[in-house]
Write a protein that binds this ligand. Structure first.
Ligand SMILES: [Zn+2]
Length: 125
């Protein structure tokens, strides 16, 4: 079972060693910082972190060919080469790795992996 990644710029399939799944890590950190400042520490929150995040803007993961990437080189990005996320097993390992990142809930990673599951015809039931 192979995951096909499609470039969001040219809509063509991204072959091994020709592109990556990435996020602007600076934007993700900024989104996390902005929201964390608004939390009232005196009261227990009825919201889960995911509910909190759902009510705000999330930063999107992008899939591109290296050649189609227009992101500024100066910007700190977190990149995963497509050949390293070709199988559901690899995607699972990466998801576990990403869950260590404090900013992950401020991104649309959950939608990204849900879309992969849907494309592969896998259901969580
Ligand atoms: Zn492309």
């Amino acid at each position: 079972m192979q995951i096909e990644w499609v470039c969001q710029v040219c809509s063509k399939s991204v072959g091994d060693e020709s592109g990556y799944v990435f996020i602007n890590e600076e934007e993700a950190l900024e989104a996390e910082r902005e929201d964390s400042g608004d939390v009232d520490d005196d009261r227990p929150s009825a919201q889960t972190i995911y509910e909190l995040v759902a009510s705000t803007n999330t930063v999107s993961w992008k899939i591109v060919h290296s050649a189609c990437d227009t992101e500024d080189d100066e910007v700190l990005c977190y990149r995963i080469d497509v050949e390293r996320v070709r199988t559901p097993q690899q995607l699972l390992a990466w998801t576990a790795q990403l869950m260590d990142k404090s900013w992950l809930p401020w991104t649309n990673w959950s939608q990204t992996i849900k879309k992969v599951a849907t494309d592969l015809g896998v259901k969580a039931i």
